[in-house]
Design a protein around this ligand. Structure first.
Ligand SMILES: C[C@@H]1O/C(=N\OC(=O)Nc2ccccc2)[C@@H](O)[C@H](O)[C@@H]1O
Length: 473
């Protein structure tokens, strides 16, 4: 502190005080839990590693194009384009007849890829419902298809052992009561009706598809919904009571200060962070100790089917790296599929599912039920760690020309065995180059695929084996 004569200056008095922690703001509708959920349902979610997202609806019929003209935005947003009159788009319901739709084929594609969960659009922003909701006529029931789409999908994925999460867009361009903001008495009356409609549809979904493990909310960023902190909080409570264990992410509701994803005390809303949309965290600090998943498109930004399949299309290796990176930072990776208007999955997506699946068949041990290893990131790739076990996995994307893979372990942790996951009987030589720092030696592998090295570790109580004294700098 700065002393001026015998007296302390006010500045120095302030400087002496520890930096005050921001006083906790009293919130009625903020987060209701600090820290990760520890129940079984969430522990299973945490171990999924890889998931599938399905965006399917009326937007798949135009597929990003209208009257031969390309829409530049995301295909599932084509209704917002001036190139199509809204009423013309809305009448696509009379063209919804997906004769090649086969729920078992979709579930088989996901299974072959190695997905452990799937998030399926029940209703996107256009308001078209893939289930026969009794709260609106804008559903499959009033299309040429007539039948429920959600039931066969939920049953097929359940049968395949893939857990189902239901995507639901609060924003609903088809409902007369939807508002972007509430400015007038009329807005307020209309939106009250819309809120009840939304609550009714959500209770209906949870009742009709009771095996669904969670809800993936979207379309919740507009002021109209952000102002509904109390209603949304009560609705979340009602849904969790109806379906104990239900998983709801940070995108559903805002607190009474209008804060989304993290409340005014910077505490995560919901059960996991849902902000990683088409982007990945780079370091563990970015995820703030929370559960999270990353949802990713194959093209730059197309969730619904787009005929053009334009721009950079991610390769299987890129997507495998995003999966490994997600798991290495304690999250899951969810890859999007946009089935065609006729219900078939496009061949490019099927190819990717096969390529990723072939890699997962050999390397899934490094992805499923794994977590952040707590080790310093190395240039060759990503560490994952088996939850509740003593195995470390090195998922290699950049093999060093030296064939020497650097590994730094915490004190007292030793390596009892090292081997390439694909050839478990061939032990790799491990050289301790400094205290707790090793080279794992593996001569150059052929092929253009990422591969995994396994390190079996044990914690030694004594440190007697060290041959190096700490530098006395
Ligand atoms: C998964 C994607 O989710 C969306 N939007 O996600 C957002 O997070 N949108 C956003 C993000 C930041 C600010 C405002 C909106 C949708 O609009 C899109 O069609 C797709 O379903």
């Amino acid at each position: 502190c700065i002393c001026t004569g015998l007296w302390f200056s006010p500045a120095s008095i302030k400087a002496q005080q520890a930096t005050p922690v921001a006083a906790k703001i009293e919130l009625k509708h903020g987060s209701h839990r600090i820290g990760k959920r520890t129940d079984e349902v969430m522990q299973k979610w945490r171990g999924y590693g890889l998931g599938q997202f399905i965006h399917w609806g009326l937007y798949a019929i135009p597929g990003g194009e209208w009257n031969g003209k390309q829409y530049n935005g995301a295909a599932e947003w084509i209704r917002s384009w001036n190139g199509i009159p809204k009423s013309t788009y809305d009448s696509l319901i009379y063209k919804f007849n997906p004769v090649n739709f086969n729920a078992d084929e979709w579930a088989t594609t996901a299974k072959q890829m190695g997905a452990k969960y799937v998030t399926i659009t029940t209703k996107h922003h256009d308001g078209f419902c893939l289930w026969p909701s009794k709260y609106t006529s804008y559903t499959v029931a009033n299309s040429p298809w007539k039948k429920d789409i959600m039931k066969p999908l939920v049953d097929a994925y359940d049968k395949a052992g893939i857990d189902v999460i239901l995507y639901f867009s609060v924003m609903d361009w088809n409902h007369p009561g939807w508002r972007y903001d509430i400015k007038t008495k009329e807005d307020s009356v209309a939106f009250e009706g819309f809120k009840q409609f939304t609550r009714n549809q959500l209770i209906e979904l949870l009742t009709m598809y009771p095996t669904a493990k969670g809800l993936w909310f979207d379309g919740t960023w507009d002021k109209s919904w952000v102002k509904q902190a109390e209603f949304a909080d009560q609705l979340e409570t009602e849904m969790r009571k109806l379906r104990p264990g239900l998983i709801i992410g940070s995108r559903f509701r805002a607190d009474e200060k209008g804060k989304r994803h993290f409340d005014a005390n910077n505490v995560l809303m919901g059960d996991y962070e849902q902000g990683w949309e088409r982007k990945l965290p780079n370091k563990i600090e970015d995820v703030h100790g929370n559960d999270w998943d990353c949802v990713m498109t194959v093209p730059e930004n197309q969730w619904g089917y787009n005929k053009a399949w334009k721009g950079h299309i991610k390769t299987a290796n890129e997507l495998i790296e995003m999966t490994a990176k997600s798991v290495s930072l304690g999250g899951n990776f969810v890859l999007n599929f946009g089935p065609q208007g006729d219900g078939a999955i496009r061949k490019e997506e099927k190819q990717l599912a096969t390529q990723i699946g072939n890699w997962m068949k050999i390397n899934k041990e490094a992805i499923y039920n794994c977590q952040y290893a707590g080790l310093e990131k190395q240039d060759w790739g990503y560490f994952t760690k088996k939850t509740g076990g003593n195995k470390l996995y090195m998922v290699v994307f950049n093999a060093p020309v030296s064939g020497a893979y650097r590994v730094k372990l915490p004190a007292k942790m030793g390596i009892t065995k090292a081997y390439a996951l694909a050839t478990p009987t061939q032990s790799l030589s491990t050289e301790e180059i400094h205290t707790n720092e090793y080279f794992i030696h593996l001569k150059k592998q052929g092929g253009d695929q990422p591969f995994v090295i396994v390190l079996e570790t044990k914690n030694s109580s004594d440190n007697s084996g060290n041959v190096y004294d700490k530098a006395k700098t």
